[in-house]
Design a protein around this ligand. Structure first.
Ligand SMILES: [Zn+2]
Length: 351
């Protein structure tokens, strides 16, 4: 059976300009490779998210502001549109509805019985109810969770982006059938400065990882925490945000995670045998993001990762292997161990 993969080239118009780190070229290269090596993906145009869908998670005045600023771009600080992180741009209403529509359709596919659906343009986890933040305008992953929670008893959001999934956490606090689990760089060293173990309510789970931690330590901590969360939550559907920015080459963060360890986290979520909406997310090294997303997608499709598959990409894209050579090992193992213990004690106290 082909797996639905929601994509349309209009999603590439989600761009804050050529000097902004969120480069649509990440998506274009990923799609280019997948078209040649993954015939089991059925590419479907999701169209645009509608007001009735956006209103499930965003305020009417914010939706209206995005529509207006999309015609006449300017700074509007009360809604988070500024000249640096989130500059308003012409056409941003349609571009934002395009990636959000992908997550709406992916959630609908899962409701209709698909075990897996993709929206790699999505994963914009920082947008708040009435605020653009961290390059995110509409929170497509929070919306996917809300739509799934209409039909599934327990929905689990899993976020492996290096930044805390703060927008989803905030929106999920209003929905008692959604739990959020985010592993991210520790708030002491990375924006947005939230994501402590103790935050949120009984459906909020955060695993902050200190700067400099190596991938083996990151992956083991993720797997242990994921097992604790899954035992506790017993999810019937999952939304997986696959930000690639924990990677050791990422210019915006400070973890030392190899692509093979990051893919191990994707594999751990796959092994739960629970229906998954899988999205993209952050990741700012253009030489790296496409191979990690392709690797993640093939992993979720139960395909073997053979480096030869990457030979379809132009040489200058620099995509040679799904694995990194000789990554560091054991960095911050003791400190991370303590954080996982805290994490486990907090879950234990909720029982
Ligand atoms: Zn990120």
């Amino acid at each position: 059976m082909p797996t639905p993969f929601f994509y349309h080239p209009r999603m590439l118009r989600y761009s804050f300009g050529s000097r902004h780190p969120l480069n649509p070229e990440r998506l274009r290269r990923t799609i280019d490779i997948l078209e040649r090596i993954a015939p089991e993906l059925k590419v479907v145009d999701p169209g645009l998210a509608e007001d009735s869908e956006l209103l499930r998670i965003h305020s009417p005045d914010y939706i209206q502001a995005v529509r207006q600023l999309s015609v006449e771009p300017k700074s509007q600080f009360e809604y988070g549109f500024s000249s640096s992180d989130n500059p308003a741009f012409e056409g941003m209403d349609e571009a934002s509805r395009a990636y959000t529509g992908g997550s709406v359709c992916a959630a609908q596919s899962i409701v209709e019985g698909e075990p897996l659906a993709f929206n790699i343009a999505g994963g914009l986890h920082h947008a708040m109810r009435s605020l653009a933040a961290g390059f995110c305008i509409f929170n497509d992953v929070a919306l996917a969770c809300v739509l799934l929670a209409d039909h599934f008893e327990r929905v689990l959001y899993v976020d492996i982006d290096v930044h805390h999934g703060d927008g989803v956490q905030q929106i999920a606090l209003e929905h008692d059938r959604i739990s959020t689990f985010s592993i991210h760089e520790h708030p002491e060293s990375l924006w947005p400065g939230t994501g402590h173990v103790s935050e949120g309510d009984e459906n909020t789970f955060n695993l902050p990882i200190p700067a400099g931690t190596s991938g083996d330590v990151w992956k083991e901590a993720f797997e242990r925490a994921l097992n604790l969360v899954v035992d506790h939550v017993q999810p019937s559907a999952i939304v997986l945000q696959m930000g690639t920015d924990p990677h050791l080459t990422d210019p915006l963060a400070h973890l030392e995670v190899s692509s093979q360890d990051w893919l191990g986290a994707v594999r751990a979520v796959k092994s739960l045998h629970t229906p998954i909406v899988a999205t993209g997310g952050g990741g700012y090294n253009i030489l790296n993001v496409p191979r990690m997303w392709v690797g993640a997608i093939l992993t979720l499709l139960d395909r073997k990762l053979e480096d030869e598959l990457l030979l379809v990409a132009p040489e200058e894209w620099g995509l040679h292997s799904f694995s990194d050579a000789s990554p560091r090992r054991g960095q911050n193992a003791l400190r991370v161990q303590d954080i996982v213990v805290d994490f486990g004690q907090r879950i234990g106290s909720l029982k």
